[in-house]
Design a binder for this molecule. Structure first.
Ligand code: GLV
Ligand code: MN
Ligand code: MN
Ligand code: MN
Length: 437
């Protein structure tokens, strides 16, 4: 195996610089080490475009080429000596939900670039091309669905339907579209052409490995340096509109109310109860249900809510169990509708399959970890990732590094420099091995 040094100072510096491209004001009191910045970087906003321009400069300075597709997926490419062979890919995302941390996704993009750069500086010559991707909108913040770029690459979303998706920049009412579509927003951001051309042909990637922070507590708790992801839980998401009858908060008498928010509150507790029951039945922890967005209409302190929108995020490693939770939830909704005199409508946002890693790539990384003396464990990813959809068109795996206290999607998300260095080095060695197959 080659000797390889990662330039960790360069990588950490770039992570810091990227974190400064944010729509959040700087955090003054730095409550925990590593908490320098709350990051809000929503796809196709000025901050996202700034981050993209900054990244492209780094890539060109490092001597790699840049290609962007019609949805803004950005391919940083290092040519191999055999142009006829499928490439080896890595990458992740740089968009961030409101008040996020600075490591989610960014470690996979800047870590991928650093892996390519340090391999090049070590004199490595790849047979297959190596690419690092910056994938568009892994987060569902703006169009209601996550992994837009990787879904299009994997061909798991209809390109025309994708272009019609409504822009829903986070507002107080979770249902409020801006009146624009993805087609409008991406073109205004400078990404033209048909989304139909984004799908990757099978064989474009010989192999794909994404580096990411764990976003959960297991690696830190168990003192393990690297997680090798064997499968990714199946995500799904549903939008509910609860229609009731509102009015004056003083004058509308309690017997005459059909308060949409009270009905919605029962729904929130119902789905939580069914997810907990599914875990109790299985003896596991793989079922998770979250209602993280609630829109209340008209949203006045002295007005009884007449309409509420809820967005449910429901995930499981086992699709049948996930469907079981949904059916039990539906039965409760029917009962709540009856009893409270409200009407509930459901719209499926996405209902995806789980992803399974390539045994060959998992074994390749295991061999490297053993040779390098890096502790590892095979594990499930409960978060979804771009790899969930790249897996449809390429053999994939993911590498996880520990997250302090398992915290993510919050400003105090943190991974140590040592963890980032180990993860990036293991990524680089895996890319090198796979590129010469
Ligand atoms: C991705 O950010 C997820 O919600 O799993
Ligand atoms: Mn995220
Ligand atoms: Mn992520
Ligand atoms: Mn994610």
């Amino acid at each position: 195996m080659m000797t390889l040094t990662i330039n960790i100072e360069r990588l950490l510096h770039e992570l810091d610089l990227l974190a400064l491209i944010t729509d959040c004001p700087p955090i003054q009191d730095r409550p925990l080490p590593g908490t320098t910045q709350a990051v809000t970087r929503i796809v196709f906003t000025p901050r996202d475009l700034e981050a993209r321009a900054w990244l492209k400069e780094l890539v060109l300075a490092a001597g790699f080429t840049v290609r962007e597709d019609a949805v803004g997926n950005t391919f940083l490419r290092w040519e191999g000596t055999d142009a006829g062979l499928g490439a080896v890919g890595t990458g992740s995302h740089t968009d961030a939900i409101p008040y996020a941390g600075m490591y989610d996704g960014t470690v996979g993009v800047l870590g991928g670039l650093e892996a390519m750069r340090s391999l090049k500086e070590a004199g490595f010559v790849p047979k297959r091309a190596i690419e690092t991707l910056m994938l568009t909108s892994e987060e569902p913040t703006r169009f209601g669905i996550g992994c837009i770029g990787s879904r299009l690459l994997g061909g798991v979303i209809d390109p025309e339907a994708a272009d019609r998706m409504l822009d829903r920049l986070p507002e107080t009412d979770a249902s409020a579209p801006t009146g624009l579509t993805l087609a409008d927003v991406r073109q205004a951001a400078g990404f033209h052409g048909s989304l139909a051309g984004v799908k990757l042909p099978i064989g474009h990637y010989h192999a794909w490995v994404e580096l990411h922070i764990e976003q959960g507590p297991l690696l830190e708790r168990e003192g393990i340096e690297l997680g090798i992801v064997t499968n990714i839980a199946a995500p799904s998401s549903y939008r509910y509109t609860v229609e009731g009858f509102g009015g004056h908060a003083g004058a509308l008498l309690m017997p005459d109310r059909r308060d949409a928010l009270c009905a919605a509150a029962e729904m929130i507790l119902s789905v939580e109860r069914h997810a907990r029951a599914a875990n109790a039945n299985s003896g596991g922890v793989d079922t998770v249900a979250t209602i993280g967005m609630v829109g209340v209409y008209p949203g006045a302190v002295n007005s009884v809510p007449s309409r509420v929108t809820l967005i449910l995020d429901l995930r499981d490693t086992d699709v049948a169990r996930r469907d079981g939770v949904l059916s039990a939830f539906h039965a409760d909704i029917a009962e709540i509708e009856q009893r409270r005199g409200v009407k509930v409508q459901e719209e499926i946002v996405n209902a995806d399959a789980p992803a399974k890693s390539s045994e060959h790539i998992v074994e390749t990384v295991e061999t490297i970890c053993k040779a390098e003396g890096v502790s590892y464990k095979k594990m499930v990813s409960r978060a979804y990732h771009d790899s969930s959809f790249i897996a449809v068109v390429a053999p994939t795996a993911m590498l996880f590094i520990p997250s302090r206290a398992g915290v993510s999607h919050k400003p105090d998300e943190y991974s140590t420099p040592e963890s980032i260095a180990v993860g990036t080095r293991m990524l680089a060695l895996a890319l090198a091995k796979l590129a010469n197959e």
